[in-house]
Ligand binder design. Structure first.
Ligand SMILES: [Zn+2]
Length: 154
């Protein structure tokens, strides 16, 4: 952000707030060279997150899809939609904060499983069975044993 007075390109932000429409951020800046103050309006950039699927094809991250998967796992379970929406928000937030614009779908599944584990165990197992694609009943049992063991541990 170049200073309009001297052209120097480093300034510090003194104040930062969203505009009324919320689509832009108004920033008061102070030039580090000449000390003059100026205002900038910056567009909030939302970079789409690209999901790499198992077959290596790409699609943009769809939070509804994730939410639907979670809803299915939580069917007839005492988990509110608010809780799940929050969970999706958290996952989307971590993806937005990561420097990688492309993330494997398995990573999203992993995040979701980790969070679901603390919310509802039945939903967790259902979700895990879809995401991990347990090949047979033995692998499935292994996962259950692992979970039970973790629970028994102090
Ligand atoms: Zn300046």
């Amino acid at each position: 952000m170049k200073c309009p007075y001297c052209g120097y390109d480093e300034s510090k932000v003194i104040d930062s707030r969203p505009t009324d429409e919320g689509e832009r951020i108004r920033r008061r800046r102070e030039c580090l060279k000449c000390g003059k103050r100026f205002t900038t309006y910056e567009v909030i950039e939302t970079v789409p997150i690209i999901v790499i699927k198992k077959d290596k094809s790409r699609e943009s991250f769809d939070r509804n899809k994730l939410l639907n998967g979670l809803l299915r796992a939580c069917e007839k379970r005492p988990v509110s939609i608010d809780t799940l929406e929050r969970l999706v928000d958290e996952i989307e937030g971590s993806l937005q904060n990561s420097l990688d614009r492309e993330v494997p779908s398995s990573l999203i599944g992993k995040y979701a499983m980790e969070k679901l584990k603390n919310i509802d165990e039945v939903a967790y197992v259902r979700f895990a069975s879809v995401y991990r694609e347990f090949k047979d009943i033995a692998t499935f049992k292994e996962e259950l044993d692992r979970m039970l063991k973790a629970r028994r541990a102090p």
